[in-house]
Design a protein around this ligand. Structure first.
Ligand code: PMP
Length: 327
């Protein structure tokens, strides 16, 4: 199925519908096709041990969707409408939720400028939709460390740009960088900051953390050029509760390289909705290559991953009230 809600200036959001998933008619002059006024979110619905169904922190996705809308000069969708749309698609497509331990129904809410108008200004008509798709576990056969390529050529986001918004344009701009990572034998791209090209920003679709030898966690700060990941925020809160010191500060590629060599940086991991927490094994850049510790999965990384997945899946206490039951 799909959920649709329309918007027109002066009328607001109207005509919420749940209907059979089908192609959407679009005029060739629809504003989104020309100026890319489009935003989206991604989250999962999954089965709990008692056969109920839950989502993880959907209110945080709603808040980020609102922030993205603001940056892209789009109208705000009320939080209640966002949450209701997710509830409705989950209920009607419940049979598509995998029963397996780690499978889930991936939910993709998005909105775009549907107005038929070729002038460059914010559109006055929009369409909001939700589609869903079953996904298997990200890692079949156990968590495996990823290798990353630090791109010397491409920037994901610059100060004042759209890096903190979840808009399609950011991802279109990153496709060449991801292709470059694959050509260099790596799984994922890592972006450096646009100004000094020195500090680690994030991966193509994940935020990054470093674990120091004293157990401190370090992650790049939210200065507007990286996506404020919901997994990132959850890791900060969980790690703090588990007694780790957590610092949000810039980390240069040089600090990572020398820290990995000296043992000062013991582990590094990436995090996001899709893979939850993924260890980073090998780091390659134009002029260096190194591994973090022995290139395997670190202890802190494994423990945080287990804690987070157990909370999400309803196997552990939920101290922050993150699990949002739908059924
Ligand atoms: N950074 C980028 C660029 C992403 O696309 C994602 C995935 N949404 C993340 C970080 C992680 O965000 P989250 O934990 O909310 O999935």
């Amino acid at each position: 199925h799909m959920v649709t809600v329309r918007y027109a200036d002066g009328k607001g959001w109207y005509e919420p519908r749940v209907e059979a998933r089908a192609p959407i008619p679009m005029d060739p002059a629809a504003a989104v096709l020309h100026y890319a006024q489009e935003i989206f979110e991604g989250l999962k619905a999954y089965t709990l041990p008692d056969s109920g169904v839950a989502m993880f922190r959907p209110d945080a996705n709603a808040a980020r969707f609102a922030e993205s809308a603001q940056r892209m000069a789009m109208p705000q969708l009320p939080v209640e409408t966002f949450l209701r749309s997710l509830h409705e698609i989950i209920k009607i497509d419940r049979q598509w939720i995998p029963q397996s331990d780690e499978g889930s129904l991936y939910l993709r809410p998005f909105a775009y400028a549907s107005e038929v108008f070729l002038g460059v200004r914010p559109a006055m008509e929009y369409l909001y939709l939700v589609i869903a798709s079953p996904v298997g576990p990200y890692f079949s056969g156990g968590v495996k460390p990823v290798s990353v390529w630090v791109t010397p050529d491409y920037t994901r986001a610059a100060p004042g740009g759209t890096g903190a918004a979840k808009c399609g344009g950011n991802y279109a701009a990153g496709l060449s960088a991801q292709a470059e990572a694959i050509e260099n034998g790596c799984d994922q791209v890592v972006y450096l900051d646009a100004v000094e090209r020195k500090y680690i920003d994030e991966l193509g679709g994940m935020n990054v953390f470093f674990v120091l030898d004293d157990g401190t966690l370090v992650t790049p700060p939210l200065t507007g050029t990286i996506l404020p990941g919901i997994t990132r925020d959850s890791v900060i809160k969980l790690a703090g509760r588990a007694g780790h010191k957590v610092e949000e500060r810039p980390v240069s590629l040089e600090e990572w390289r020398t820290g990995a060599a000296s043992g000062k940086i013991r582990e590094a991991f990436a995090c996001g909705t899709a893979a939850v927490i993924t260890p980073i094994g090998t780091v390659k850049s134009a002029d260096s290559q190194f591994t973090v510790a022995d290139g395997g999965t670190g202890e802190v990384t494994a423990a945080l991953r287990k804690q987070l997945v157990d909370i999400q899946r309803g196997r552990a206490e939920d101290p922050f009230g993150w699990v949002h039951r739908v059924i």
